[in-house]
Design a protein around this ligand. Structure first.
Ligand SMILES: NC(=O)c1ccc[n+]([C@@H]2O[C@H](COP(=O)([O-])OP(=O)(O)OC[C@H]3O[C@@H](n4cnc5c(N)ncnc54)[C@H](OP(=O)(O)O)[C@@H]3O)[C@@H](O)[C@H]2O)c1
Length: 242
């Protein structure tokens, strides 16, 4: 069976689907015939993304770091076949910058929002379905500047394996992207961004920056292949082996 046929009519929920890699996954899932619900924390952005995705896409607004907001989201959703969590409510990146409040750290934001989203949406997830997390290259290549990001990603990669056992037969996987050209980098001016991407391109053997479609195609692959669980797929143009 072709990959696109396996997702035909399935309900894919993407927490973080209003932008970047989540949006890329929404585009790919729609192309595969899925019904897609994208979740973002801001209504305007979510509405805009639904309008540009078109097709069988729907929007829901929720803050995935807020328990009540997630419970309200669960109440709105039908059965979920596949859940992809890309949103990373972030915070402080370095231990030396942290003021003894773990809740202000990226470690807490990323790991706890991912776990709480799964825990609260779990009753809605089909037993033949899947959960996919998103980490990043810092999990295996720390740089000394984003210590708590490394901690968050490494924890989530471990949790991917543990949850694949705990939640089976629901499958649990993870995508570890390299640097991806997404709106995440819009806080930089164009020159700064070009310099960053130019430097990063030289660090992987394919000499290019990833696209949101590279990640979207990996996400639908993990959703559609029902013999993969507990795995992390590195989508970094080979950056992890340099
Ligand atoms: N881009 C890269 O190069 C890269 C590489 C490796 C890892 N990562 C990690 O992957 C994450 C996603 O990257 P991206 O490039 O796809 O970022 P992005 O374009 O900024 O998209 C982030 C998405 O998450 C949503 N979101 C953020 N906080 C939320 C919350 N509390 N509740 C619900 N939704 C929330 C955003 O919507 P709202 O703004 O409406 O909330 C948006 O849809 C990043 O945060 C980063 O930690 C990124």
């Amino acid at each position: 069976m072709m990959m696109h046929q396996q997702l035909e009519g399935q309900h894919v929920v993407i927490a973080g689907g209003s932008s970047g890699m989540g949006y890329g996954a929404a585009e790919e899932a729609l192309r595969c015939g899925a019904q897609v619900t994208i979740v973002g924390s801001t209504k305007e952005k979510t509405d805009r993304a639904v309008a540009s995705l078109g097709g069988t896409s729907f929007g829901a607004v929720a803050d995935i770091l807020n328990e009540q907001s997630l419970r309200n989201l669960a109440d709105q959703l039908d059965t979920i076949d596949h859940l992809f969590i890309t949103a990373s409510p972030g915070g402080t990146n370095r231990l030396t910058d942290l003021d003894f409040d773990i809740k202000k750290s990226y470690l807490y934001g990323k790991v706890w929002s991912s776990l709480m989203t799964v825990k609260i949406l779990l009753p809605k997830i089909s037993t033949s379905g899947s959960v996919t997390f998103l980490t990043g290259g810092f999990a295996v290549k720390p740089d000394g500047k984003a210590t708590l990001v490394t901690g968050a990603y490494a924890a989530l990669e471990g949790l991917t394996e543990a949850l694949a056992l705990e939640l089976a037969p629901i499958r649990v996987n993870n995508i570890r992207p390299g640097m991806i050209d997404s709106p995440l980098w819009d806080f930089m001016d164009e020159k700064e961004r070009e310099d960053l991407f130019a430097a990063e391109k030289n660090k992987n053997p394919l000499h290019r920056i990833g696209t949101i479609s590279d990640i979207g195609r990996a996400a639908v692959f993990l959703m559609a292949n029902d013999y993969i669980t507990g795995d992390t797929l590195d989508i970094s143009g080979g950056r992890n082996i340099t």
